[in-house]
Ligand binder design. Structure first.
Ligand code: NAD
Length: 252
């Protein structure tokens, strides 16, 4: 789908993968709205790229609806959504929740899975009201899964479940919206250099990078953004979850 002049929403746009994607979309001429719980961080990126920063808690249906409406007032209804808002845990320790902690489990599912679903249904509803572009496309929705969807580690039950939910959501949503020309895909990153890794000791980060068969390092946010742009560009990519992990396979 063409990007130039098109309205786009990126959740989690204040940091990491979302910020990189917001930058790539803006560089390609999109009108970018960055939705984030951390409005200050989103405002910083928005200032840099000439986009719009909006406060939003994606896990809250009312907050998501208000932010999508404000983005539409400024830019028109979005045709592009990239769901990057997410949390690794309900607390501050990277990647580790007690597997049987109901409160933590609910929180992570609510943000990562239901939050992505919230934005998907709201942006799709707006795009459905737009005329199709050349080639019949009305929109593209990309969510962020994780390799944890396939091989979660001890303490990652909540996170892995939320990301497996994204995998499960992608194909049926793609099939549901296909008659309207809205594509739905997901990216399953391995381990990327973003603030989400903050709290992991440097030597752990280094060993995670070294475990990547090639290119033997952590992913860069720009590499995620490049794949997002490639998905948007390619009308044949639909209903697919693409691993972006350098062939990383984790040991238990
Ligand atoms: P990050 O922590 O750098 O950025 C996440 C952003 O989401 C932050 O700006 C945060 O404020 C925002 N956010 C959190 N909860 C929110 C909410 N309820 N509503 C709105 N915004 C909220 O993390 P990142 O590494 O850029 O992660 C982006 C996505 O990629 C997440 O879904 C994450 O699970 C996924 N992911 C990351 C990695 C990695 O290694 N970094 C690997 C696999 C998947």
């Amino acid at each position: 789908m063409k990007v130039n002049g098109v309205a786009a929403i990126v959740t989690g746009g204040g940091s990491g993968l979302g910020a990189a994607t917001g930058r790539a979309l803006a560089a390609a001429g999109a009108k970018v709205a960055l939705l984030d719980l951390n409005e200050g961080a989103a405002a910083e990126v928005a200032g840099e790229i000439g986009g719009l920063a909006l406060p939003c808690d994606v896990s809250d249906a009312g907050s998501a609806e208000a932010a999508v409406a404000r983005a539409a007032e400024a830019h028109g209804p979005a045709r592009i959504l990239v769901n990057c808002a997410g949390v690794a845990t309900a607390g501050r320790i990277v990647g580790r929740n007690g597997p049987l902690d109901l409160a933590a489990y609910s929180k992570v599912i609510q943000v990562n899975l239901i939050g992505s679903f919230n934005l998907m249904r709201l942006v799709a509803a707006g795009a459905l009201a737009l005329d199709p572009l050349e080639g019949g496309e009305r929109g593209v929705i990309i969510s962020t899964a994780s390799v944890a969807a396939y091989e979660g580690q001890v303490g990652q039950a909540a996170y892995a479940s939320s990301k497996a939910g994204i995998v499960g959501l992608t194909l049926p949503a793609a099939r549901e919206f296909a008659p309207a020309g809205i594509r739905v895909c997901a990216i399953a990153p391995g381990i990327f250099e973003t603030p989400m890794l903050r709290g992991l000791p440097q030597e752990v980060q280094d060993s995670l990078g070294a475990a990547v068969p090639f290119p033997s390092r952590l992913g860069k946010p720009e590499e995620y953004a490049r794949l997002a742009m490639a998905i948007i560009d390619n009308p044949m990519l639909n209903g697919e979850v693409i691993r972006l992990d350098g062939a990383l396979r984790m040991q238990a």
